[in-house]
Design a protein around this ligand. Structure first.
Ligand code: F6P
Length: 354
């Protein structure tokens, strides 16, 4: 058993539904099971630059937060203490303030820190661990792209939100005989597009992992017209790799709009585009994400008690386990173009534009 009296918790990177479930579970189990004090660090590691902004989290502070989206601690996806950016005399200065951050955590009496975050936040956590800070990671992201865990919390809620949007767009697409393009998040991984596309009955799904051509999409729209289907739902992942014919037209806007314009011009169809954006990150977490977040929060506290520093909790084959953060970061889990989900989608006629 590690000698612990006080732990800190911080949330880093883009928010994801379920963060509050992790915080609540960690606070409850730290206090009730281990009698530790818990300090909430605001806005990722930025909170340790100004330690006076950190505050104790009591059972009262986490009461009622389970169904709330976002994070009661605040977050940032720009706060890297190893490359901390400030503007001095009108110039951007980048400094390494990691020593200060570690010293401030000691000043606050923190023995170990739970860092809840995606790949970027876990990389920072690993560097801090290598400099002596005792950290335990919890994987988070709606993108579901961390290789060390079968699933991250936040993904299931985002999937529900995107599927619900596709369902709603379906009826208006059919009524107006239009091509409807829906752009979803996911960064460089196509999980949200693939799974929401399948769940929402999309006809075309474009993901970063499968190269596509505009002509193939337009031919597919024409094939559907040929058998009386006068509308088409196209789900586009934000991270798709544009084919050369579209790259020339790209002006830095959304890829969904680009695909929509391309189809309108080539297939001569009426097209409408919806970019779902940050609604996928918001809202109340699904029951799955609340339960997974709670399991992760409790497991992270147990890992600290066992002295499992430099590790991250994860889900493998329905069991909560842990991995070295060093083995968990830097390698993204993307969609396998030959995998069962893609093969199943192809078997029911879904077009990937290839
Ligand atoms: O990683 C989560 C995510 O929502 C991605 O899907 C998306 O590309 C990105 O964050 C958006 O980040 P921001 O909130 O900075 O616009």
């Amino acid at each position: 058993m590690a000698n612990i009296g006080c732990i800190g918790i911080c949330t880093g990177g883009g928010d994801a539904p379920g963060l509050n479930a992790v915080i609540r579970a960690a606070v409850k189990s730290a206090i009730l099971k281990y009698k530790w004090k818990v300090i909430g660090i605001p806005d990722g590691f930025d909170g340790l630059i100004w330690p006076e902004k950190s505050r104790e989290l009591t059972l009262k502070d986490v009461s009622g937060i389970l169904p709330r989206g976002g994070t009661i601690l605040g977050t940032t996806n720009r706060g890297d203490p190893f490359h901390y950016k400030t503007i001095e005399n009108g110039k951007e200065i980048v400094r390494d303030i990691s020593d200060e951050v570690i010293a401030n955590s000691h000043k606050l009496g923190i023995d170990a820190v739970i860092t809840i975050g995606g790949d970027g936040s876990q990389k920072i956590a690993l560097e801090l661990f290598e400099k002596g800070l005792k950290v335990v990671g919890v994987p988070k992201t709606i993108d579901n792209d961390l290789c060390a865990t079968d699933i991250t919390f936040g993904f299931d809620t985002a999937l529900h939100t995107a599927t619900d949007a596709i369902d709603k767009i379906h009826t208006t697409a059919e009524s107006h005989h239009r091509v409807m393009v829906i752009e979803v998040m996911g960064r460089d991984a196509g999980w949200i597009a693939l799974e929401a596309g399948i769940a929402g009955g999309a006809h075309v799904i474009l993901i970063p992992e499968i190269p596509f051509s505009l002509q193939r999409i337009c031919d597919y729209v024409a094939e559907r017209e040929g058998y009386g289907k006068r509308f088409t739902i196209v789900v586009v992942a934000e991270g798709i790799k544009l084919p050369s014919e579209l790259r020339q037209l790209a002006r830095g806007g959304s890829v969904g709009n680009l695909i929509g314009d391309g189809i309108a011009l080539t297939a001569h169809k009426e097209v409408r585009v919806s970019v779902l954006g940050h609604i996928q990150r918001g809202g109340s977490p699904s029951p799955f994400d609340r339960i997974l977040g709670t399991r992760f929060g409790v497991a992270a506290v147990d890992l600290i008690a066992q002295g499992g520093f430099g590790k991250m909790v994860c889900l493998r084959n329905t069991r909560i386990e842990s991995v070295n953060i060093a083995d968990a970061v830097g390698q993204l889990r993307t969609v396998d173009p030959q995998g069962e989900l893609v093969r199943m989608a192809r078997a029911i006629g879904i077009c990937f534009g290839d």
